[in-house]
Design a protein around this ligand. Structure first.
Ligand SMILES: [Zn+2]
Length: 159
């Protein structure tokens, strides 16, 4: 058996007039993340962790923000494509862990929903998906609520 780990990081600016989607779950607030796709920074960080584990280029290489095909696309579609692409290369996802850094909104009530959606996209049990949330304690631009960031690590196995 051959195990490989990968790390991903992403950040998107908070703006008004955009839907807020994190981990494939919509938040009922009047602001959202700016970006070409649905700007789901958690799911993008997870995609990058998986691609990195397989030694592949990052999400921007596979889904460029200059391509109109990906305008406002549901990032779960991108994540499923990443998992399928790893599958074609003989890799299976074992588990992943992730952290959201968000001053607002409150993330905790949606954690389980996010895990369920991500587990489904990843094709792994919900127990194999970690999603945690913290604030930046008011420090810096993240602390002022100007953006939401996410870190993710993933373990994959070569069959
Ligand atoms: Zn992103």
């Amino acid at each position: 058996m051959s195990f490989r780990i990968g790390h991903g990081y992403d950040i998107h600016r908070l703006v008004s007039g955009r839907p807020l989607v994190l981990g494939g779950v919509k938040f009922e607030v009047d602001y959202g993340l700016d970006g070409h796709s649905d700007a789901d920074c958690l799911t993008h960080a997870i995609c990058d962790a998986l691609l990195g584990a397989a030694g592949l280029p990052d999400i921007g290489h596979f889904f460029p923000n200059t391509d109109p095909t990906f305008k406002n696309i549901d990032s779960q579609v991108l994540l499923k494509r990443v998992v399928a692409s790893l599958g074609e290369r003989g890799y299976k996802v074992i588990n992943l862990d992730s952290s959201l850094i968000a001053e607002k909104p409150k993330i905790a009530p949606k954690l389980n929903a996010m895990k369920t959606v991500l587990a489904s996209s990843l094709g792994i049990p919900v127990e194999a998906v970690g999603v945690k949330a913290t604030t930046n304690e008011g420090v810096g631009d993240l602390g002022r609520g100007l953006a939401i960031a996410a870190h993710a690590v993933a373990l994959i196995e070569q069959r």
